[in-house]
Design a protein around this ligand. Structure first.
Ligand code: ADP
Ligand code: ADP
Length: 225
């Protein structure tokens, strides 16, 4: 049994099947990349794991526990989107604190955890700024901090680098990888970019047209015919 086990997962929207019989796993602390062309179902799969959309059938086990019937809040899964999805009228620290306030944690603990999360993404000097005063890369680091501060059991990254220009993309990629390893955080990273997949994964799961076509480490995937 792995840390995360996905078995026989199926999802349709009306008559349209989005993915079929998805099976893969992730070990604790592993960064697994879901790589595939745009439209193959990667985002929908992440949203199903996060509990943001329903599945038709199949199981998702996190630490041996079925999470399909569990609410998104109780799943304790963090998700970062391509579009950052920050609250524009809140400062950086309020954005990061938001999830903890919803959980009604004591103010002192919120403050400490927000400071730690901002330190981790190297943004502690930006705590009082608003999203429109930040670059795209900085916004994405705020979004990452907002996920990390809740101490998720699993981190889902949905094309987090795709909206950024090449130089920033490289920097953020390295930063995400460093943090993920430092925290030993099991992570699913979705991308359509082969180079990203090759440079930051422990393992790659290749998706095409709603199916998993292959999986393995980068070396195994690209040295075999
Ligand atoms: P990817 O992340 O690989 O680009 P998506 O999961 O976003 O793929 O989309 C897979 C397919 O599902 C696409 O054809 C998309 O139009 C469709 N789709 C995504 N979300 C919905 C939805 N809520 N309702 C209907 N179709 C959807
Ligand atoms: P669920 O999968 O739990 O029903 P969703 O929020 O994923 O919830 O979708 C609700 C409905 O909204 C879908 O069944 C679909 O018909 C519609 N919908 C949402 N997003 C899209 C999209 N990108 N394209 C087409 N239809 C969509």
């Amino acid at each position: 049994m792995s840390y995360l086990n996905v078995t026989q997962l199926n999802k349709s929207y009306g008559p349209t099947s989005i993915f079929q019989d998805i099976e893969f796993s992730a070990e604790e602390g592993e960064l697994v990349t879901l790589l595939g062309p745009s439209g193959c179902g990667k985002s929908t799969l992440l949203r199903c794991i996060a509990g943001l959309t329903s599945v038709d059938s199949g199981r998702i086990l996190l630490k041996g526990e079925d999470i399909v019937p569990v609410t998104p809040q109780k799943r304790a899964i963090g998700m970062v989107f391509q579009s950052y999805a920050l609250f524009p009228n809140m400062t950086v620290e309020r954005n990061v604190a938001f999830g903890l306030k919803m959980q009604k944690l004591p103010a002192a603990e919120i403050q400490q955890r927000v400071a730690e999360a901002l330190e981790l993404v190297e943004l502690k000097d930006f705590a009082r700024r608003y999203p429109h005063q930040l670059s795209g890369g900085q916004c994405q680091r705020v979004a990452l901090a907002r996920s990390l501060v809740t101490r998720p059991r699993l981190l889902l990254l949905d094309e987090p680098l795709s909206a950024l220009d090449a130089r920033i993309r490289r920097h953020l990629r390295d930063q995400i990888r460093r943090i993920q390893q430092e925290l030993n955080l099991t992570t699913l990273f979705v991308t359509h970019d082969q180079e990203e997949a090759l440079t930051m994964s422990d393992r790659i799961v290749l998706m095409n047209k709603g199916k998993i076509v292959q999986s393995g480490n980068a070396e195994a995937l690209y040295t075999q015919p």
